[in-house]
Ligand binder design. Structure first.
Ligand code: NAG
Ligand code: NAG
Length: 836
């Protein structure tokens, strides 16, 4: 209706209708005139005809001086004095005049004169929607923790609308978004307050700022609105744990890595912000001590470094958890497993272990006998742990692999304790790492003795000399046999092997100390009976079975000068006289006779010298020192006595000297004489004296024969040796045709002119046939003997060495020569020359 009025006021055609409306109102209020106008009318707008409405005649108005007197409201209106119209005089702002009060009435007092009358006019100013809702803060910030639950409410700033009534603020709206909605709360006084409600959980990490537009609307027509920007800042809450970049870490580190070496860097990120995103690194809660000893984690950088000593052989890999922790409150943690492989290095030398210590090996052990069991190991792996094993070369051992890294040390060749009694076998093991490591062990292998060596004498034979006639119980020699074995295998005992000597057991002559091999005599010896004895001494060890060896001991009886020379020719004994003849015509140097003597002793003791001791006429005769030849010194003269007596002393060379004498009666004859043809015929009747001579001769011959026999052996053996070489040797044997068919002692004198020789035949003294010839060469300084060994003699070789050594006086020389196709061996000593 008001609207209509206003329209009406705009169009004069409708003004009447409007007046009637006001009049109607007037009428209602009776004494008062009341107008209703909207606010903000233009100046000059005619509100109404006041004169008429107050019941005055318009024509009177002019002189009745109609005017407005109220001061407060008077400024908005004036009265047209001509027509009596109430006209808008200034801007009527309802909000300025009445603020927010519901109705706005302006009171006007109108005065009219003639008669003076006072009227009151009321003008109601009606609101129009001329104000939009308005926010005081256009750009507000609201902080909401992201942890706010859905439904949480946060008050927003209210808007203000100056209009009243329906034109005042009526509703709010919020710009479209996913997280918030708006709630408008109406307070008791009717004010409407907007609230922001969290509609969906917030996540700062997804959207940290939300910008919303809050719109306030009034109820006017058309509607007016006002907006404010609400910026919602989602406050961080520590709702994200740090996250590692990889789900599991893997790394490798060499076992030799020193403390401080970097292994790997771990990194975790935290979506939160600020201290909620500041990450520190730690070991996981259940990390073992071994890991903590080996590695450390830098809390700030996440570097995992080596802390302690790594050893592949103890731990091949480490697996543990790392934890990243933020600094929020409460702090959140993230975890990740870390696997660190330790890379093997060749840091372990191979080890040599004896599973069984070397046992001593008997020297006769067969090849392949196990000596020791060896195991090698290397803690490293792969090539670093692959071990090769060797032993020092040139030892009679080798290694035989069995299984895995087990070996047997076995013998490889024959052992001989006597050559080497123990071995220090060096065992060398080296691995295949680069560089290779090696280790060595020396093992001592002892070789056990086996009785494989007999005791050995230093010489196969020994020669000892014992003087004849010496008392029994003499130490002859200490024999020593060495046994290279040890202990009881080398414990030697000595014994004499009972061999028969001349039908008498050797043990009856000698005794040997079985412990130290000292050999004693048990009887005295007579050189003239026994010249040499050979005994076999056996040395026997104590092994099982025992071994033995023999040595021959040749015991030579050394001659003592216990026999005086015995005169063989002339057959004069004990000073008895021998008769010789000499022609008075004999010239100087005429051989009268030859004295021949023998000595049962040998060597020097048997060297006989002749000397003229006494003579009737010492100027007439001389005796050859060596040959015993008695010769004239000068021509026999007529003055010389026809009977001459010579005393010839015959001495041996022994100590003390033994001597004998022979007396020669020489008859110097003037006439020619018959030579003595046969000594036997000369003395045909065997008387007492010749019997004695025969006995002495027999003794002498026996002695000489023995010497000859011995010498003969020497020569024969020399021959035997020589025949092995290129030279030939002929042994002349005396056959039956030799002159010894007469078994009796026979002395033949060859008296063909001077006596040239004496030949002694036969004689069965030592049950050995022999012949003995003494060739007497007048010009020789030596005696020549021809020795003929009878054929019955055997076994020369046995005495070979004996005879070599049997001549204590090395002035003896041997030589062989060919005489008329026959071998002759000459034995020479200074005074003797034996030939064969
Ligand atoms: C051997 O033993 C005997 C008796 O005990 C002792 O008289 C002799 O001197 C010893 N001989 C050696 C060479 O030891
Ligand atoms: C030692 O001599 C004896 C007797 O002649 C003999 O039986 C034995 O075999 C000899 N031993 C050795 C080792 O020659």
């Amino acid at each position: 209706m008001i609207h209509k009025i206003k329209e009406g006021w705009k169009r004069t055609a409708l003004s009447l209708l409007g007046v009637s409306v006001f009049s109607l109102l007037w009428n209602i209020t009776e004494a008062q005139v009341r107008y209703t106008i909207p606010e903000e009318l233009k100046e000059g707008f005619v509100v109404g005809n006041l004169a008429k409405d107050l019941g005055f005649d318009v024509s009177d108005i002019a002189h009745r001086k109609l005017r407005i007197t109220s001061e407060s409201s008077g400024q908005y209106f004036r009265v047209d004095s001509e027509k009596g119209d109430l006209v808008v005089n200034g801007r009527i702002d309802r909000e300025g005049i009445c603020a927010q009060s519901g109705s706005c009435l302006l009171q006007l007092q109108v005065v009219i004169e003639n008669p003076l009358q006072l009227h009151r006019v009321e003008i109601e100013v009606q609101d129009i929607n001329d104000n939009a809702p308005n926010f005081h803060t256009k750009d507000g910030v609201l902080k909401i923790p992201e942890s706010s639950s859905t439904g949480a409410r946060f008050p927003l700033e209210s808007a203000e609308d100056l209009d009243v009534g329906s034109n005042s603020l009526s509703s709010y709206s919020l710009s479209k978004n996913d997280f918030f909605r708006l709630n408008v709360k109406t307070l008791k006084d009717g004010r409407k307050v907007p609230e922001l409600i969290v509609d969906k959980p917030l996540d700062r990490e997804k959207q940290s700022v939300h910008k919303l537009i809050l719109t306030a609307l009034d109820g006017g027509n058309p509607v007016k609105s006002g907006t404010a920007l609400v910026q919602i800042i989602v406050q961080d809450v520590n709702d994200n744990e740090p996250k590692f970049e990889v789900s599991a870490y893997k790394a490798q580190v060499h076992e030799s890595a020193v403390a401080g070496s970097n292994v790997i860097q771990i990194k975790a990120t935290d979506l939160d912000e600020g201290s909620n995103s500041e990450v520190e690194y730690y070991f996981g809660a259940h990390t073992t001590d071994s890991v903590k000893r080996a590695f450390s984690v830098n809390p700030d950088t996440g570097d995992i470094t080596v802390l302690g000593h790594l050893d592949y052989e103890i731990t091949k890999s480490y697996t543990f958890d790392v934890c990243a922790k933020d600094k929020g409150n409460p702090a959140l943690e993230g975890h990740s497993p870390v696997h660190i492989d330790i890379v093997d290095e060749n840091d372990n030398a191979p080890e040599i272990i004896f599973t069984s210590l070397p046992s001593p090996v008997p020297e006769n052990a067969t090849i392949g006998t196990v000596v020791a069991l060896i195991n090698v190991r290397d803690l490293d792996s792969a090539d670093n742990g692959k071990v090769e094993i060797n032993i020092s070369p040139n030892f009679p051992f080798k290694l035989k692999p069995s299984f895995d890294n087990h070996y047997s040390l076995i013998t490889d060749s024959r052992l001989d304790r006597e050559v080497k009694s123990d071995y220090n076998v060096k065992i060398i093991a080296h691995d295949s790492g680069v560089p290779s490591l090696k280790s060595e062990k020396v093992v001592n292998v002892k070789i056990l003795d086996v009785n494989d060596n007999p005791p050995i004498f230093a010489q196969p034979s020994y020669s000892v000399y014992v003087k004849e006639n010496k008392q029994a119980g003499n130490t002859l020699i200490s024999l020593k046999a060495f046994d290279t074995d040890t202990d009881k295998n080398a414990l030697v005992s000595y014994s004499i092997l009972d061999s028969k000597m001349n039908q008498v057991p050797a043990s009856s002559y000698f005794y040997i100390n079985s412990e130290n091999g000292t050999l004693y005599t048990m009887s005295s010896f007579d050189y003239e009976k026994i010249k040499m004895l050979s005994i076999i001494v056996q040395a026997k060890d104590n092994g099982s079975p025992s071994l033995s060896s023999n040595a021959t001991v040749h015991v030579f009886i050394v001659d003592q000068n216990d026999n005086a020379p015995a005169v063989i020719y002339p057959s004069a004994l004990m000073g008895s006289v021998s008769h010789q003849r000499l022609p008075r015509s004999a010239k100087a140097g005429h051989l009268v006779t030859k004295v021949t003597a023998v000595d049962a002793d040998s060597g020097h003791n048997a060297w006989i010298s002749y000397r003229l001791a006494e003579a009737t006429d010492a100027s007439l005769f001389t005796v050859s020192l060596h040959t015993g030849e008695v010769r004239t010194k000068r021509s026999v003269s007529e003055q010389d006595d026809s009977s001459q007596r010579l005393l010839i002393e015959i001495k041996d060379n022994g100590e003390p000297v033994q001597s004998t004498t022979v007396t020669l009666d020489i008859l110097i004859e003037d006439a020619f004489h018959e030579p003595i043809s046969d000594f036997r015929h000369k003395n045909p009747e065997p008387d007492q004296k010749s019997g004695k001579i025969t006995l002495y001769l027999m003794i002498s011959l026996a002695s000489v024969s023995f010497l000859c026999l011995v010498t003969f052996f020497v020569l024969l053996i020399k021959c035997a040796r020589g025949s092995r070489g290129s030279s030939t040797c002929c042994i002349r044997r005396s056959d039956g045709e030799s002159k010894n068919h007469n078994r009796n002692l026979q002395i033949q004198l060859n008296t063909d002119g001077p006596i040239k020789y004496v030949e002694v035949l036969g004689g069965d003294m030592m049950s050995q046939s022999q012949s003995f010839g003494s060739y007497l060469s007048p010009m020789s300084e030596f005696s020549d003997f021809t020795l003929v060994k009878p054929s019955s003699t055997t076994d020369f070789t046995n005495t070979l060495s004996v005879l070599d050594a049997s001549l204590p006086d090395s002035t003896w020389t041997f030589e062989s020569q060919q005489v008329r196709g026959k071998a002759q061996i000459l034995i020479r000593c200074p005074t003797l020359k034996l030939s064969m």
